[in-house]
Design a protein around this ligand. Structure first.
Ligand SMILES: NC(=O)c1ccc[n+]([C@@H]2O[C@H](COP(=O)([O-])OP(=O)(O)OC[C@H]3O[C@@H](n4cnc5c(N)ncnc54)[C@H](O)[C@@H]3O)[C@@H](O)[C@H]2O)c1
Length: 270
């Protein structure tokens, strides 16, 4: 049985990108620990569906993390409905799939469009900055809270582009993991450390979680290449980050701030 330091009863959380694959898991994990969770996303249909599945403690919220006014409105709405906000999970990101035909050639550095660079950084990094600024300032003025930045194993090592190789294509046409993804995820660790020390005296703890790849029926070839690099020999299940989210967002991690927990089946220690 978990100790009551994991108990989040009475706390209010916001999960950005909350309607996506892992956002739903983070939201559900926080609800399981007792929190009320605002499932915040630009995809309204997915938010409604997620909240129906998650039950009464899940609150749907339309939020574009790149829009500063939207973020301020989200705080105002949460404060209208609750006494405060205690937990922020910066989870929204764009993760272009290397096997999608439309991004194959444009994923390469030499072709990578400036607009995609700006857009992906805006969602994955500027969005985390804006939400941390607005919600974190409120927390700093109102007794504290916790912020969790969802990074990636690519915050601690470079992409292995051989994973995405397609036999028979010339090098100039080979898909790659775009430059933006590891840049954003590495920068999120810098943001984590900055905010952790900036608000240490305000009772705000800020940590990062770096998941490895989740199995979502990727091709056998991709899975076999990737799992050969993972000591535990498999990709993650979507529910395998829940306990870490509960730990990092609760008093159970009360003496921890500015850290990056890497959960990757051991890949990064090889
Ligand atoms: N799935 C994995 O294998 C994996 C591995 C490592 C890290 N991660 C990280 O975990 C997080 C969640 O990944 P996921 O697999 O659930 O992705 P996902 O694509 O399923 O979900 C991302 C969500 O973000 C939302 N979103 C996009 N732009 C937004 C915006 N401007 N404002 C608000 N919401 C917006 C999308 O609508 C979507 O619901 C991401 O930060 C991702 O980089 C995922």
């Amino acid at each position: 049985m978990k100790s009551d330091t994991y108990d989040l009863s009475g706390r209010v959380a916001l999960v950005t990108g909350g309607a996506g694959l892992l956002g739903i898991q983070h939201s559900s994990a926080l609800i399981e620990s007792g929190a009320t969770v605002y499932v915040a996303d630009i995809n309204d249909e997915a938010v409604q569906k997620a909240c129906t599945e998650l039950g009464d403690k899940a609150k749907p919220l339309h939020l574009d993390v790149t829009d500063a006014d939207d973020v301020v409105c989200a705080l105002e709405l949460i404060l209208d409905e609750n006494e405060g906000i205690h937990i922020l999970v910066n989870n929204a990101a764009i993760d272009p799939k290397a096997d999608a035909n439309s991004v194959i050639e444009s994923s390469r550095l030499e072709n990578f469009p400036l607009e995609q660079w700006c857009y992906q950084i805006e969602v994955g990094l500027t969005g985390a900055f804006l939400c941390s600024k607005v919600f974190g300032v409120w927390m700093a003025d109102n007794g504290g809270g916790t912020i969790l930045n969802i990074a990636s194993d690519l915050s601690v090592f470079a992409p292995d582009q051989r994973l995405y190789h397609i036999a028979g294509l010339p090098e100039a046409r080979q898909p790659v993991k775009p430059v933006t993804y590891p840049v954003i995820k590495t920068a999120l660790i810098g943001l984590t450390r900055y905010l952790a020390t900036y608000w240490a005296n305000k009772n705000i703890r800020v940590n990062a979680l770096s998941p490895g790849g989740v199995f979502t029926n990727q091709s056998d070839e991709f899975v076999s290449r990737l799992t050969s690099l993972i000591p535990l020999g498999r990709m993650a299940r979507p529910n395998e980050y829940r306990a870490a989210v509960q730990f990092l967002c609760s008093d159970a991690s009360g003496y921890m701030t500015g850290q990056n927990i890497v959960i990757d089946g051991g890949r990064s220690v090889l």
